[in-house]
Write a protein that binds this ligand. Sequence first.
Ligand code: ZN
Length: 274
Amino acid sequence: MITARDLISGFQSLPIRGQAVIAHGSLKKFGRVEGGARTVIDALSESVDSLVMPAFTYQTMVVPEVGPPNNAMDYGAGQANRDALPFTRNLPVDSEIGILAETLRRRAPEERTTHPTHSFSGVNARYALDKQTLFDPLAPIGALAERNGWVLLMGVDHSAGADGVNHCVNTSIHYAEKLAGRKQFIRWALSKPDHRPARIVECTGFPGDSAGFDALAKTLEAETDSIVIGDALIEAVRLNRLFEVVQMVIKENPLALLCDKDNCARCNAVRASV
Ligand SMILES: [Zn+2]
């Protein structure tokens, strides 16, 4: 059984100690943790200066009847919109992103941002969260990098996994793709501000597919500090170094980090744009 003490001594042995951190993780990968997700989030919050995690909500997304070309989207699929839920601050984090992110959202509900698809939660991270806009959803990651911050992966890899659904992907790679000039997308989502009716919001700067990101793991090996806690591999990479590596890889090969599925609309749209 993993205890709070195991987690704290593990996290504090990494260079994230006292630093600005964006974290992604899977509780299951640790094995049995005394007190569950709350113990992991508390231990992490105690170990770093400021903590940000994704609180993404893809269930808010809607498909318009028509829209701009080259946007990797089949317009007019109206049926899917019936299941869409408007974003509110109380909307749980998408279940695929995991219970750790949802636990942080519940721990600090007032620190959650209000982007309808790409909100973030945080502890002591107002300076980063406040940078987010509808047009620049990943700006909080840039703010963490300005403080020479780190990305922490707890039992998860860089990619969304083989099925290409958005799970616990290393979102900071998406931020770096944008820095490298890679094509971004437009999506639409329902949002319900306090005391006002729900409305459809256009979200620009929507990132591409992440299924090919684990190709970076080898390149980043020398930049990665890692330990094991329980059964989970815990990896830390400095954000600025990650950005440099991603930009270098895309400069060398504009098709780098794309997935190899023939029918991947977003990766194909990126290919068409270069
Ligand atoms: Zn793809």
